[in-house]
Design a protein around this ligand. Structure first.
Ligand SMILES: *Cc1c(COP(=O)(O)O)cnc(C)c1O
Length: 390
């Protein structure tokens, strides 16, 4: 390089060889592409997922680190990381479904997913049948020629219904259709859907997996190699890939997932239990409470019941809005799964696109409040929540 003029040397920055030691934490490979010594290696790496790194939209070592980490936690074979949770969901739905296909979905779905399904139906000639998340007989009855898959969520938002993954995935297998599970609310620490027969697991890594409210991302994990190979090309063509820095933040968050989940679950339990005794509250929706419709199933399926719960205020919409503007420590915000406790009024925010009838179907009332418990001290949280109720 010293033979070149300063203009050229400034462009071609030296990279020190790393030999004899290696970084402890995964570096951020902030590069959009990779250069090759051998044109033959470049040519044969372009078309396959396990070739050398070629181009940032295909893959990148930092992104691959995230894919390997989450695939390992879920007990899957391979994963495709994406720029958002919806990106991962769309890699799977758009990658597997074609016009004329039919699929089955559980009735209570994340708002973005429900809206996307409406698009698939309106614009792509795909049809859907909704069934309860815990009814394998309804799934069996809904399947017909051309049914490709069933779409489930381990724990639903915001009513925290728990899907009967063993029953639903077994029915799907019998019927010869794929099961896709959104495991965002449970994380692989509370549930590994592949152990119950799922074929594909999707996550919004924006939530618990990254855990610090500083990154948007998603990932699709595959139980076997065949499905991964089928969707890898499509994901690249769709352009859903994440950037290395977002992936690095997610890997960094993932390292403390187990510690955070313990506190999220404990804080949710503490707040849900105390709220259930409060006179201003008519119902608390958290699967660890004996009053919850999923209580029994959750006890069999999950070692912990998650950090999100909802409750209904006796005073309806006005009480909900008053609560929202009275909390101080808990932040009024969308999203969940970060270290800070967040509160939300689903009827006017996350679920605003739903008709009154759809809201009723999801069990969401005018006075329903969702809390995503953070990792703060539980007494500080209860002081804030009880003051806001008063
Ligand atoms: C947030 C969320 C999504 C969408 O993920 P984004 O990262 O916002 O695109 C999908 N499913 C569930 C259950 C979620 O909570």
């Amino acid at each position: 390089m010293n033979d070149y003029r300063p203009e050229t040397r400034a462009v071609h920055v030296p990279q020190p060889p790393i030999e004899g030691s290696r970084p402890i934490s995964m570096p951020i490979y902030q590069t959009s592409g990779f250069t090759f010594d051998d044109p033959a290696v470049m040519a044969e790496s372009m078309g396959r997922p396990d070739g050398a790194f070629v181009y940032g939209r295909y893959s990148n070592p930092t992104v691959r680190s995230l894919e390997l980490a989450v695939a390992g936690l879920e007990g899957g074979e391979h994963a495709i990381a994406t720029g958002s949770g919806m990106g991962a969901i769309n890699v799977v739905l758009l990658g597997l479904l074609k016009p004329g296909d039919h699929f089955v979905a559980q009735s209570s779905l994340y708002g973005g997913t429900a809206a996307m399904i409406n698009e698939l139906v309106a614009r792509f000639g795909i049809t859907v049948t909704y069934v309860p998340e815990n009814d394998p007989a309804a799934l069996r009855a809904a399947v017909r020629p051309g049914t490709r898959l069933v779409y489930l969520e381990t724990i639903s938002n915001p009513m925290t219904l728990v899907a009967d993954l063993p029953g639903m995935c077994e029915a799907a297998r019998d019927l010869g259709i794929l099961s896709v599970v959104d495991n965002t609310f449970a994380t692989p620490l509370l549930c590994r859907p592949f152990e119950h027969g799922a074929d594909i697991v999707v996550h919004s890594t924006t939530k618990y997996l990254s855990g610090h409210t500083d990154v948007v991302g998603g990932i699709a994990v595959f139980a076997d190699r065949r499905l991964y190979d089928e969707l890898w090309h499509f994901a690249i063509e769709l352009g859903a890939s994440p950037d290395p820095f977002a992936s690095w933040l997610t890997v960094r968050g993932l390292q403390t997932l187990a510690l955070r989940m313990e506190r999220h679950c404990a804080n949710a339990e503490y707040l849900a239990t105390r709220l259930a005794e409060h006179p201003a509250v008519t119902a608390v929706h958290w699967p660890g409470l004996v009053t919850h419709p999923s209580y029994e199933l959750a006890g069999k399926l999950l070692p912990g019941f998650g950090g999100v719960f909802a409750f209904d205020l006796a005073g309806g919409r006005a009480a909900g809005e008053r609560f929202m503007s009275s909390v101080r420590l808990a932040l009024l915000a969308p999203s969940l799964g970060g270290v800070e406790t967040l509160v939300l009024h689903p009827a006017t925010t996350s679920h605003r696109a739903l008709s009154p009838e759809e809201l009723r179907r999801c069990g969401i009332g005018e006075g329903t409040v969702r809390i995503a418990a953070g990792i703060e001290h539980p007494e500080d949280l209860w002081a804030d929540v009880s003051r806001a109720l008063a």
